[in-house]
Design a protein around this ligand. Structure first.
Ligand SMILES: Nc1ncnc2c1ncn2[C@@H]1O[C@H](COP(=O)(O)OP(=O)(O)O)[C@@H](O)[C@H]1O
Ligand SMILES: [Mg+2]
Length: 427
């Protein structure tokens, strides 16, 4: 009998379709779209070729690919670095629901608090495991340190007493046996190590600056567009002396552009941007690194700010930004991009400016440095506006929140915590 090829093919097709379905083939497109949307891509973006995207966006595509592959162990090295808050939150909820294991390296404290169920610290060439998120780690570490310090102090006391006893009765024949057994005990003792000293608190003070006028900067009827792309439309805003503003919002909204406009580094299509009386500003942005002299050492570059600071003080500031000991003699030319931005940031803090404009200052910092920067800003008597996607940092340093919406500059007059509460209420 003749083989019915059609039947064979139909069977084959059914079998393949079943496999395809089992592998999730039919949902793949929908899942891909959902992941990419979560990362901030628009529907039109999905059809654009990769080479049209900047490095940050390509990073997101790579992250999206990983998330879609769902490996049984996902390793993520600083996945939030180029993401804005909305996208970070999306990755957070994705990871919270991720069925398999993942290990993530990150300096974003809020992110770690949301996704981590275990925290591993590398210290003194050892791995220290903590069974909780970052906040848990911090509390537990302090507790462990307190316990260890206690045990250490108690043991030191016992050792001292024993040594005193040995010293006192060494030559007494009647006590010879006791002295011997105590010497033995001393030898046997398992020494508790003292708690390793944490970095000493930074004693850095901004020097007193000239007092600016009450209005530090103002924008009136600002119009800004790049060709067909409108960023600001009839936007107005005012920065007053003492304002501590965080400018937040999705990538591409125009945050960097707005900072550059205020700093006078970017022309507008219409409108007015005015700096107040006696304002001297310092601007920090990653694209500003060209201002560094490549053949200077870090130390000479810091000296160049002109501020009357002792070498000790300059070194302590370099230390804040992770340049310790001989690092300060490295030439700027050999530094990585991240290291250069830390030098530039240190210079901003050393300048005697009374108005700081900081575009994503925490990007190349680790958590200790972010913390130090936050503390430094909190005791800064001047005015600043900064762009950041680090929620914990923003919560610590801002008393006003700015965001760009419908080409306007919107202001929420409160902290980030109050802002998110207000945002949830109004949603
Ligand atoms: N010099 C430029 N020429 C053309 N487009 C630009 C230029 N600078 C920025 N843009 C575009 O303007 C938009 C806002 O950019 P930017 O201010 O860097 O946003 P944000 O800092 O909020 O991520 C982006 O879509 C960006 O691609
Ligand atoms: Mg930007």
């Amino acid at each position: 009998m003749e083989t019915n090829y059609q039947d064979v093919l139909v069977d084959e097709l059914a079998r393949l379709q079943e496999t395809f379905e089992q592998l999730g083939g039919y949902e793949l497109q929908a899942k891909t779209d959902a992941v990419l949307e979560g990362m901030g891509f628009t529907t039109q973006d999905l059809e654009r070729p990769m080479n049209e995207f900047s490095g940050g966006w390509r990073m997101r595509v790579m992250l999206a690919k990983l998330l879609l592959q769902k490996p049984s162990l996902l390793l993520l090295d600083e996945p939030t670095n180029h993401l804005d808050i909305t996208s970070i939150q999306w990755v957070e909820s994705y990871l919270q629901n991720y069925a398999s294991a993942f290990i993530v390296v990150s300096h974003d404290r809020s992110f770690l608090d949301q996704v981590a169920t275990k925290t591993v610290e590398v210290a003194q060439q050892q791995l220290h495991v903590y069974m909780g998120n970052y906040t848990f780690y911090e509390q537990e570490k302090a507790q462990r340190a307190a316990l260890q310090q206690n045990a250490y102090a108690n043991q030191q006391k016992t050792i001292q007493q024993t040594e005193d006893f040995v010293e006192r009765f060494r030559s007494k024949a009647s006590k010879a046996k006791q002295v011997q057994s105590r010497i033995k005990a001393l030898e046997r003792i398992e020494k508790v190590a003292p708690v390793a000293a944490t970095a000493s608190p930074i004693k850095f003070r901004f020097s007193t600056q000239q007092q600016p006028g009450k209005v530090v900067a103002s924008l009136a009827h600002a119009e800004k567009n790049f060709g067909p792309l409108a960023i600001l439309k009839n936007a107005s805003a005012k920065i007053e002396r003492g304002d501590k503003i965080a400018l937040i919002g999705a990538n591409g909204k125009g945050k960097s552009t707005l900072l550059r406009i205020i700093a006078g580094l970017e022309a507008m299509n219409a409108g007015e941007s005015i700096l107040g009386h006696n304002v001297n500003m310092a601007f920090y942005a990653q694209h500003q690194l060209e201002a560094l002299y490549l053949d200077h050492t870090i130390l000479t570059e810091l000296k160049r700010t002109g501020a009357a600071r002792s070498e000790t003080e300059l070194r302590s500031i370099a230390g804040m930004f992770l340049f310790t000991k001989d690092d300060v003699f490295k030439k700027i030319g050999v530094l990585s991009g991240g290291e250069k931005s830390r030098v530039a940031l240190a210079k901003v803090l050393l300048s005697e400016a009374n108005f700081l404009l900081l575009d994503e200052p925490t990007n190349h910092l680790d958590m200790v440095s972010i913390n130090i920067l936050a503390q430094t800003l909190r005791q800064y008597a001047g005015t600043y506006i900064l762009v950041s996607h680090d929620r914990h940092f923003v919560a610590q340093v801002a008393t006003k929140i700015w965001y760009i919406e419908e080409k306007q500059i919107k202001e929420y007059p409160g902290t980030y915590e109050e802002y998110t509460y207000w945002e949830q209420q109004s949603a």
